[in-house]
Design a protein around this ligand. Structure first.
Ligand code: ACM
Length: 676
């Protein structure tokens, strides 16, 4: 231990003289309470960790992972053996192991105190300590002497208990190593539910031994073996993440029927769907055999998923088959079911009893919220936010997903502000307690393993903050400042979102990669797939290389505001940005004859040229301290009206770029600057 003592001595002697309290932190999600100090806990070969009270396998593995990440940053070997003394560089003090299987009722709170001589992480449970270790790593800074952990006093507890991500592996399968990286990223931003959408019209992704034709005929041989499922559940458990399976019934279930046509109506043959949307084949809710099948299936698969919740789907049930089948219509009549919605509810009641018999609580999409639904069900709202409040008023627990569809072309800022319980809520405190949290949804129509990380990260981190942090954490510019750092940190565990554009453009653009990267700084695709996409598309086109929220555009409005306020550096930066933007069209045109992807970008690059010209003109007026004349003002206004937010082929200009030029144009016209 001598090196440690020497280090502590050095730190305490030197740090107070050199260091200051940093003006801001880069923690994401923002803790409930954080005070930075000037102290710096040096991380060097003497770094040690000890646990007092609880020290179980899950905690020691979590500490091992944290030390290993810290070691990679420090660039020197760190002390690996976890001690049990009350003194070490980091003392982890956990009161109880908590639930063996991550649970909705888990206490995830922790306290972290970092001084120049040591840090203490205190938590009620191991999962709380796992959350705190991520914060500890986020406090890392560096100086000429090496890396350190910034001094801080932190108290932290999540705002919502259910903070999830849905991953759809039916439309496109994702291998287990991709899912493990995803779980690593989720743990870094303190998400705690992995909602695994395992079956849909386009694929049935689980090995069933009771009904093997489900995976044999429903998956194109792309399914998870039971062993792989146990492996993922155990990996998630180690990170304090619940795994909730979804088998979507009675609609979205085409992939069940090639193997078991007796579950539906009609003669068949039935096939896996290859395109997107809703499909007619639907389970037959009038036959006892359907429930016997589901009972045996759920009985088998429930054993693989220790989580207490089971998602039954229930969305977008196409009533056409039920309407067109005489036997179903006569069943409805004899059972007093007025319409197909009532039939769906009757199906749900039977299904819920089965799910509960196997020890699970049912969760379903908001279509299931109908009269006579048992209040034990959890409602996942996706068709707007209103149903969450309505169902809470009716006594149902709920989770919000409607504003968090990350398969949509939105910026992190757009996802960041919607709140499961908005400040102006009319719910009583008791009703608010029924709002468990939220889930971001990564639907899989237009994503493949190659593109997945870039569609999820870093935007998911902004949503994770909404679910974890206090309600008043709403500063978008500060979110982006921290998202920038968070994005880089996520790369540390192997997520490949940061290299996405460069990696994909390399395949498309030969030696013109920089040109294409500039194009993709200022445009985003209309959607990730384009029309005509199906399950066999490789997703290697220019739009697949693009991002929904490119980093270059994050602060462009901030630069415009600063430029308008007289900041010469910001004005120079903007001039550089706009000049680069304006040059893309000519350069793309020049390579168009030998780079096919160039053709995909020429039209939107012409719009970028126009935007650039208007912005540079406006900067010119500002530099000359003259007010723009009426003719130019009219021209600039009409140009901006034409460019924002219009779709240009398969693209739109990034909204912040047109917003930034609007700020410049208004300043050139002599209008007062925007207030925020
Ligand atoms: C859904 O997006 N159909 C739940």
């Amino acid at each position: 231990m001598r090196p440690a003592l020497q280090l502590i001595a050095a730190a305490t002697l030197v740090a107070p003289i050199a260091a200051q309290v940093p003006a801001s932190h880069t923690l994401m999600p923002v803790p409930s309470s954080v005070q930075l100090t000037a102290a710096q806990l040096r991380v060097d070969t003497g770094f040690s960790v000890s646990t007092v009270r609880v020290s179980d396998g899950r905690l020691t593995r979590a500490i091992g992972r944290a030390v290993s990440r810290l070691e990679m940053r420090a660039g020197v070997p760190l002390f690996r053996r976890i001690g049990s003394a009350g003194s070490a560089s980091l003392v982890v003090d956990v009161a109880s192991p908590g639930f063996a299987v991550p649970d909705l009722a888990e206490d995830e709170s922790y306290q972290l105190n970092v001084t120049g001589s040591g840090a203490t992480l205190t938590a009620a449970t191991v999962v709380g300590a796992i959350r705190g270790l991520e914060t500890f790593l986020q406090l890392q800074g560096g100086d000429a002497k090496g890396v350190f952990i910034q001094g801080a006093t932190i108290q932290d507890t999540p705002r919502f208990r259910w903070r999830g991500l849905l991953l759809d592996v039916s439309r496109h399968f994702e291998p287990t190593d991709v899912i493990k990286r995803l779980l690593d990223g989720m743990a870094m931003v303190k998400l705690n539910v992995f909602h695994w959408h395992l079956s849909d019209d386009q694929g049935f992704r689980v090995e069933s031994r009771a009904y093997p034709r489900l995976h044999q005929l429903g998956s194109d041989s792309m399914f998870y073996t039971q062993e792989q499922i146990r492996e993922i559940v155990s990996y998630a458990t180690d990170r304090g993440i619940r795994v909730m399976p979804e088998f979507d019934v009675p609609g979205h279930s085409s992939a069940w029927f090639p193997g078991y046509p007796e579950l539906t109506v009609g003669a068949g043959p039935f096939a896996i769907a290859r395109t997107w949307g809703t499909f007619e084949p639907t389970m037959d809710p009038t036959r006892e055999s359907t429930y016997q099948f589901l009972d045996k299936f759920i009985g088998e698969i429930a054993g693989l998923f220790p989580d207490k919740y089971w998602h039954i789907g229930g969305d977008e049930v196409d009533p056409k088959q039920w309407k067109g089948t005489a036997a179903i219509q006569s069943y409805m009549k004899s059972h007093g079911l007025a319409n197909e919605v009532a039939l769906h509810t009757a199906f749900n009641a039977r299904l819920f009893a089965i799910v509960q018999k196997h020890g699970k609580t049912p969760v379903g999409w908001d279509e299931i919220f109908q009269p006579n639904l048992p209040t034990s069900a959890v409602i996942q709202s996706w068709r707007g936010t209103a149903v969450l409040a309505t169902s809470a008023k009716a006594g149902f627990r709920g989770i919000l997903s409607a504003p968090y569809y990350i398969d949509h072309m939105k910026a992190a800022a757009d996802f960041y502000l919607p709140d499961p319980i908005p400040a102006n809520t009319d719910l009583t405190p008791e009703q608010q307690a029924l709002v468990l949290g939220g889930e971001a949804c990564m639907w899989g129509e237009y994503v493949v393993s190659e593109t997945l990380a870039s569609r999820i990260w870093p935007r998911l981190a902004a949503i994770a903050e909404r679910f974890w942090s206090p309600q008043n954490v709403v500063d978008v510019a500060d979110m982006y400042r921290r998202l920038d750092v968070t994005s880089r940190r996520l790369s540390e565990v192997g997520l490949r979102h940061e290299e996405h554009v460069a990696r994909n453009v390399r395949r498309l653009a030969g030696d013109s990669t920089a040109l294409f990267e500039t194009l993709l700084d200022y445009v985003r695709p209309r959607d990730f797939g384009g029309s005509g996409s199906n399950q066999f598309f490789p997703h290697t086109r220019l739009m697949d290389a693009a991002l929904p929220d490119p980093r270059a555009s994050w602060d462009i409005t901030g630069r415009a505001r600063r430029a308008v306020a007289g900041d010469a550096v910001a004005a120079t930066q903007l001039r550089t940005d706009l000049t680069r933007m304006g040059a893309v069209q000519a350069r793309l045109t020049a390579v168009r004859d030998f780079i096919p992807a160039a053709g995909e970008g020429v039209q939107v690059a012409a719009a970028m040229s126009n935007l650039s010209r208007v912005g540079l003109d406006a900067l010119g007026f500002m530099a000359r301290r003259t007010t723009a004349d009426a003719a130019w003002s009219t021209y600039a206004d009409s140009m901006l009206a034409a460019l924002a937010p219009r779709r240009i082929g398969q693209w739109t200009l990034v909204p912040t770029a047109t917003d930034a030029v609007r700020i410049l144009v208004d300043a050139a016209k002599g209008l007062p600057p925007p207030r925020n």
